[in-house]
Design a protein around this ligand. Structure first.
Ligand SMILES: Cc1cc2nc3c(=O)[nH]c(=O)nc-3n(C[C@H](O)[C@H](O)[C@H](O)COP(=O)(O)OP(=O)(O)OC[C@H]3O[C@@H](n4cnc5c(N)ncnc54)[C@H](O)[C@@H]3O)c2cc1C
Ligand code: FES
Length: 280
């Protein structure tokens, strides 16, 4: 089957996470092409199409599941994602993927992992976090730093609070401003995300960092990680660019000589050295 042709999938569950963000579970059982779209690495993405409306890139948000279920966390912002807010279990969508390179899980073996998510960046990093939790014995220390605008828009808070009870996973949250209606969760500071790095102790020679968040925060996070002694090849970050084909053909997603859809979206900082505007 051509990589340009979407495979049919059905929405099985819809969970509203915040006023503008929804978690969908999709099912795509059937032939080899449909099972390929459900086999992915955290950090990879797919192209989701709404019949008659359009197609958008979306990161995998769950862990690969033997029954072909796929979780996608979508913020409703525009002409494809807004009608999706009305979608119900049973509705049909199309999927193409997986695309791109995800986080290099195999190179993380025996390393301490520092995951840093900002806002909707928690969607792909949830996929990575679930993979780390599933095979917990393969890694050293696991820490998640996650920041959002305010308490009410922290995604997957229930899951994260539950994981925070484990002695082998460290979770530290931050919100840019206090929420006057909601009591802040434990382990949550009112601070900008990069400030969480200031109080962190890590072993830089055996720590790998995985980042996903709004581009504006990357330079501050990278500077904080470098201050902690992390080398550029130990920092991986996911770049979001306008994408169309997802196949390396249209050039919409160029970053220097790289194409985000085929060479990324996850890059090491070392790969991006010298590319002007790469982190913008
Ligand atoms: C690799 C990758 C993974 C992504 N993963 C997710 C995800 O897991 N969940 C999710 O909700 N979104 C994700 N996005 C962003 C998502 O693709 C866009 O929000 C979507 O394309 C908007 O489509 P639309 O037609 O609804 O909005 P449009 O009508 O096209 O635009 C509405 C607004 O969104 C902005 N916008 C549109 N596309 C993008 C984009 N690619 N990046 C930044 N701003 C954009 C526009 O500037 C405009 O302000 C991802 C994007 C990429 C490239
Ligand atoms: S989206 Fe077309 S080349 Fe990357």
């Amino acid at each position: 089957m051509s990589a340009c042709l979407p495979v049919p999938a059905t929405i099985t569950t819809v969970r509203h996470l915040t006023g503008d963000t929804t978690l969908y579970t999709l099912s795509c059982k059937g032939n080899a092409a449909t099972s390929a779209v459900a086999s992915f690495l955290p950090g990879q993405f797919l192209e989701l199409s709404l019949p008659g409306i359009g197609e958008i890139p979306v990161s995998y948000c769950g862990s690969p599941s033997p029954d072909g279920a796929i979780e996608l966390c979508i913020r409703h912002v525009g002409h494809v994602t807004s009608p999706l807010k009305m979608a119900l279990p049973g509705d049909a969508v199309g999927l193409r993927g997986p695309f791109g390179h995800g986080f290099p899980l195999d190179s993380y073996e025996n390393q301490d992992l520092l995951l840093i998510a900002g806002g909707l960046g928690m969607a792909p990093l949830r996929s990575l976090l679930l993979a780390l939790v599933e095979q917990r014995q393969r890694w050293g220390d696991v820490t998640l730093l996650y920041g959002a605008r305010e308490t009410g828009v922290l995604l997957f808070l229930d899951e994260l609070l539950e994981l925070g009870h484990r002695s082998d996973i460290r979770i530290q949250l931050s919100v840019d401003r206090p929420d006057h209606c909601l009591e802040g969760p434990p382990n949550c500071r009112v601070a900008l995300l990069p400030a969480l790095l200031e109080q962190l102790t890590i072993r830089p020679e055996r720590t790998c960092a995985a980042l996903c968040g709004p581009p504006v925060v990357y330079p501050y996070l990278v500077a904080g990680l470098q201050r902690l002694g992390l080398s550029d090849n130990r920092i991986h970050l996911s770049l979001e660019r306008r994408m169309k084909c997802g196949l390396g053909r249209c050039g919409h997603c160029a970053v220097g000589t790289f194409l985000c859809c085929t060479d990324g979206p996850v890059f090491s900082l070392a790969q991006l050295q010298g590319i002007e505007g790469a982190l913008a």
